[in-house]
Design a protein around this ligand. Structure first.
Ligand code: LLP
Length: 403
């Protein structure tokens, strides 16, 4: 796989800022964005970065600087996006099971809102009627995505209003004279097959004609990125061709041409991120050799939570013979990053890098075991910048009351 940052530069950054450290490569994010823009250049497509993947405000600012919009999954993400300088018109709040007060707040901030329940849609209609445009998040009843934990569009998923209840949506729209500006679906994360998006479009076109003020169709995110050599990924060019064909098969029933919105998270930032740790302990046992690093699932939960595969390499000894290691963390719970993985011979003090750490890495980290969260560093134009200092002990006490 083409290296985004060399072992040598990753190790130099770890030397400079300490470990564990998350490192993000700005130009790789831009490259991914350009890939999408280029593939969809003949279509009216708007990209909203799903900021839940990584919300560091410097990443948000960079994403804004390359012309990308932003998708949020909480009112605080909305506020972070505005703080990072996005105009409200570039911010989308795709909500799920939230208090109506957050929707009111989002409306007052002037951002786009996708509502995912009949009850909130009803409240919105009663309060705002036709005065503020809104999107409806539908559950298309399509099973897709890398595993069940990250599948969101199927018949047992909590997300969105089931498409089979669209008549209730219509009733609510008529009763309250709602301005339905868009329809939204998101079927899951790590969707390899472009046909999943086509299926979603087909389902949407069954109901699109009932909404005559539509301006966009939001197809969510979920593009799959490669995690290892030879791994499959969403073929973006094929996806663009299929989306174009699916739309051209349906005449536009509304007054305005429909824009297509996407909300990629992993696609934009996964491969741009690295977690570098240091090996504290090597433990040889009868069945395996453990490499215990100065991190754990408190910093990168994906292997334990989703059985996710992250490529791991020894960046301070990348020529030694390869041996089998089980890479584990230092927290007081089983926190296996990889089992029996072939890695260049490890000595304690070596640095290991975990690839694909940009999306849902730092963002899902915690202070479990009262351990400190890592620093975050951004590399741009060949220069590294600290964009979040490592936690210090006082951070653990910051919100606790001294009574
Ligand atoms: N839009 C909506 C409404 C979403 O719920 C999500 C992800 C996205 C967009 C972006 O999906 P992406 O392009 O990143 O696949 N923590 C899990 C992934 C959970 C995704 C949640 N929603 C993981 O680390 O695999």
């Amino acid at each position: 796989m083409a290296e985004v940052l060399s072992h040598k530069s990753l190790a130099a950054i770890a030397d400079q800022y300490g470990t564990p450290v998350y490192i993000y490569h700005a130009e790789k994010i831009a490259e991914q964005y350009e890939k999408l823009k280029d593939a969809f250049k003949s279509q009216d497509v708007v990209i909203f970065y799903a900021s839940k993947a990584l919300t560091n405000i410097h990443i948000l600012k960079f994403i804004r600087s390359i012309g990308c919009n932003v998708d949020c999954s909480s009112i605080n993400e909305v506020k972070l996006a505005l703080h990072a300088g996005f105009d409200p018109s570039q911010v989308l709040y795709t909500s799920n099971n939230i208090a109506f007060s957050e929707i009111e707040e989002a409306k007052n901030l002037g951002v786009h809102i996708n509502i995912d329940s009949l009850s909130n849609l009803e409240k919105f209609g009663k309060k705002y009627g036709h005065s503020y445009p809104v999107g409806v998040r539908l559950r298309p009843n399509i099973l897709a995505g890398g595993n069940l934990k990250i599948s969101t569009g199927h018949e047992k998923s909590k997300f969105g209003i089931p498409v089979d209840q669209f008549e209730k949506v219509l009733e609510c729209v008529k009763k309250n004279d709602l301005f339905i500006q868009g329809l939204h679906i998101h079927t899951g994360s790590e969707i390899k097959d472009a046909n999943v998006f086509v299926k979603g479009i087909e389902k949407l076109f069954e109901i699109i004609p009932y909404f005559n003020e539509l301006e966009f169709v939001d197809l969510g995110g979920g593009f799959k990125v490669p995690y290892k050599e030879g791994d499959t990924e969403t073929d973006i060019a094929l996806l663009a061709a299929k989306v174009k064909e699916a739309f051209s098969n349906h005449p536009n029933p509304g007054n305005k041409p429909l824009q297509i919105w996407f909300e990629p998270g992993k696609f934009l930032v996964s491969e741009a991120g690295f977690l570098v740790c240091q090996v504290n302990v090597l433990k040889e046992t009868a069945s395996m050799v453990f490499a215990g690093v100065d991190s754990g699932f408190n910093h990168l939960i994906r292997p334990m939570f989703y059985d996710a595969y992250h490529r791991i390499e020894n960046i301070t000894n990348d020529v030694g013979p390869k041996k089998e290691y089980t890479v584990v963390g230092n927290i007081c719970e089983t926190d296996t990053f990889a089992t029996d993985r072939m890695i260049n011979e490890i000595h304690d003090v070596d640095y290991l890098v975990f690839y694909n750490a940009g999306a849902y890495g730092f963002e899902m980290s915690s202070n479990f075991n009262s351990r400190l969260k890592p620093a975050e560093v951004m590399v741009r134009n060949g220069q590294s910048f600290l964009i979040r200092r490592r936690d210090v002990f006082e951070d653990l006490l910051r919100s606790q009351l001294d009574i």
